[in-house]
Design a protein around this ligand. Sequence first.
Ligand code: ZN
Ligand code: FE
Length: 258
Amino acid sequence: MNLIPLPAFSDNYLWLLQHEGHALVVDPGDATPVHQWLQDQQLHLDCILVTHHHPDHTGGVSSLQAAYGAQVHGPALETLPFEFQAMNESDELTWRGLTFKVIAVPGHTAGHIAYWAQVPDQAPILFCGDTLFSGGCGRLFEGSPAQMLNSLDRLAQLPSDTRVCCAHEYTLSNLKFALAVEPANQALQAYNQHCSALRQAGRPTLPSSISTEAAINPFLRSREKAVEQAVKHFAGSACGQSEVEVFAHLRQWKNEFK
Ligand code: ZN
Ligand code: FE
């Protein structure tokens, strides 16, 4: 079982799993790099997973569906411009002996879902679309801070060695913000150096892991004293005491951060 990030647009990854001549692709916003890869590697595409309705995640689906007859799975609570199997919280699907479990993660969009699977002899895999990024999280276009906090909490509870396959290479800019929030976090400093070296070598910083994100991502750490204090310093008296308010102001801070 091979896991491959195909770069697309300016900073998307179209994640692809391949096994014995068969492939699965996640959020193919552009069909061209997928067609190309399948041809080069002589693979048949049998399955497409979609996390949410944004065009950079769905634009290539129809073309791939038509060319390969691939089964498409997508969020039951969103409208998509192609035929797909509607997936709800806790639903499962199998591909080549892998069972993917669906986790509802509203926040970035109202019906956003993630897919998690145990992989024989390898670490588990999470396809989380635009919900969890390395060092960050998605913008709240349709959901509330409470929903996003709950969604991230659920992802944080997955096995710590889970490979986190985010849909965008936003890591370095996220880490710049994370360091502004938690300048004394040594794991974060080390991770920033590691990721800077990867980018300088032209390599992806992903997949990350749940354990890494738990140590460095301020959006998974909003209950940590240091993060809470930094947020309250930023927001002043506008920030109330609840976890959700702290999280909301953390997200607001990131929106304004340059
Ligand atoms: Zn999106
Ligand atoms: Fe996106």
